[in-house]
Design a protein around this ligand. Structure first.
Ligand code: CS2
Ligand code: MG
Length: 409
């Protein structure tokens, strides 16, 4: 069996997606997600110019060797662009291998370890009443775990708050990227945020009780001591996790946070190799690994990271926003079903136009996601539908503080 074609498909139904389709001489195809929000075209160039030519005539079954070849032969290792490109190849090869075996991918990863993967959704609001309505809406949609994000008095636009209008009238309530030639500037004030948040969780716990798993995303905004304060202030509300509480390029920063609070910590959606997690896992500075299959080099390395984390009782919390395509989500669900140290799966529902381009076989019932039992990843891509939605530039916002200093978004 040989790879005879490597096609990079760019489509923008509800947002931009980059997909790699590999075709073998037996006519078997495999899909891989290579979407990197706001930098999609960089990955397209990397794939088309530097990866696709290397794949032709390779054995599609040689997944580990292909991964090592692409990672080491580039010389320039790691980084979001490189690892998203390698991830797409890895996912497509696993898709092919499972299709040839006639099995859903999770069966090749050790089989099912659970009935389904607990999902969490994104509730948000400009104020407490709107937030509580959003929680009710997500409970009605079947979620049994919910992320809580709100606006902050005195701050005009805050990450993750659905009610903010967006460019060209399309409400990106589930998608922070905004279409436009340049990133939008948003403001930020950490002290206002730290003053406001405990009252938000007090209101949510008062309305919905102590049981409901609640999550919050700090989105890299705090210094370690600010993150430590928030973690401690939220302890009475028993969060499932506090995510990205502080930028973690300096993994030691989490040592300070950890020493002040027992609120569980999740880190890693912007990480792209196991090396980014090395001290966080070894020194048990986090409780959940937040990486996305699409950004961490694919299924092969993601499984290795999760197996390393399992030695320290750290669980998975795979990144699943709408800027991970249905292909990347499917890869996550097959891992979620198989690994023993599963934690939770982020599930932000893709839009209708996206679901017309990507035909999926996953299910969401009783708060649990299941990848389905189609051979492979269980996703097909409608090339004609994809071509009907050409790429449109879209960027994530960025932050400035009140004095104009650029801050983490
Ligand atoms: C967020 C993401 O889902 C999350 O946890 O951090 O929505 C993130 O803002 C986007 O994926 C960035 O592309
Ligand atoms: Mg996040």
């Amino acid at each position: 069996m040989r790879i005879i074609a490597a096609d990079v498909i760019v489509t923008s139904p509800d947002r931009n997606f980059v997909t790699l389709q590999l075709t073998t001489d037996d006519g078997v195809t495999g899909l891989g997600d290579a979407t990197l929000n706001g930098r999609e075209l960089a990955v397209v160039a990397y794939l088309r110019e530097h990866v696709a030519p290397l794949l032709l005539d390779r054995d599609p079954h040689a997944i580990e060797d292909t991964w090592q070849f692409l990672y080491r032969s580039a010389y320039w290792r790691r980084g979001p662009v490189t690892m998203a490109a390698i991830a797409a190849v890895d996912m497509a090869l696993w898709d092919i291998k499972a299709k040839v075996a006639g099995l859903p991918l999770y069966q090749l990863l050790g089989g099912a370890s659970r009935r389904g993967a607990l999902a969490y959704g994104h509730a948000s609001g400009r104020d407490i009443p709107e937030l509580l309505d959003s929680v009710r809406e997500h409970l009605a949609l079947g979620y049994r775990a919910i992320r809580i994000q709100t606006a902050v008095p005195g701050i005009d636009a805050v990450y993750g708050v659905a009610a903010q209008p967006s460019v060209d009238g399309v409400r990106y309530d589930y998608e922070p990227a905004q279409r436009g030639a340049l990133p939008a500037e948003e403001d930020w004030d950490t002290r206002a945020y730290l003053r406001h948040l405990p009252g938000v969780f007090e209101a949510v716990r008062h309305e919905f009780g102590p049981e409901l798993p609640l999550l919050h995303d700090g989105h890299h905004r705090m210094t370690p001591i600010q993150a430590a304060r928030l973690g401690r202030d939220l302890e009475p509300y028993d969060l499932f996790w506090l995510e990205d509480c502080t930028p973690a390029e300096n993994q030691d920063a989490l040592r300070l946070v950890r020493s002040h609070t027992i609120t569980p910590l999740a880190i890693g959606e912007v990480f792209n190799t196991v090396w980014d997690f090395q001290h966080l896992i070894r020194d048990q500075l986090i409780d959940y690994v937040r990486a996305a299959v699409t950004h961490a080099g694919g299924i092969t390395p993601m499984r290795k990271i999760l197996d390393y984390a399992a030695q320290y009782q750290i669980k998975s919390g795979i990144h699943g926003p709408t800027d991970i395509s249905p292909v990347g989500m499917a890869a996550a669900l097959h891992l979620d079903l198989a690994v023993h140290n599963f934690g939770i799966q982020e599930y932000m529902r893709h839009g209708d136009r996206t679901n017309e381009v990507f035909r999926q076989s996953f299910s969401f019932e009783g708060g649990l996601l299941h990848p389905g039992d189609q051979p492979g990843l269980g996703v097909t891509l409608d090339r004609a539908a994809a071509e009907a939605h050409p790429y449109r530039a879209a960027y994530l916002p960025y932050n400035r503080l009140k004095d104009g200093t650029v801050h983490d978004w």
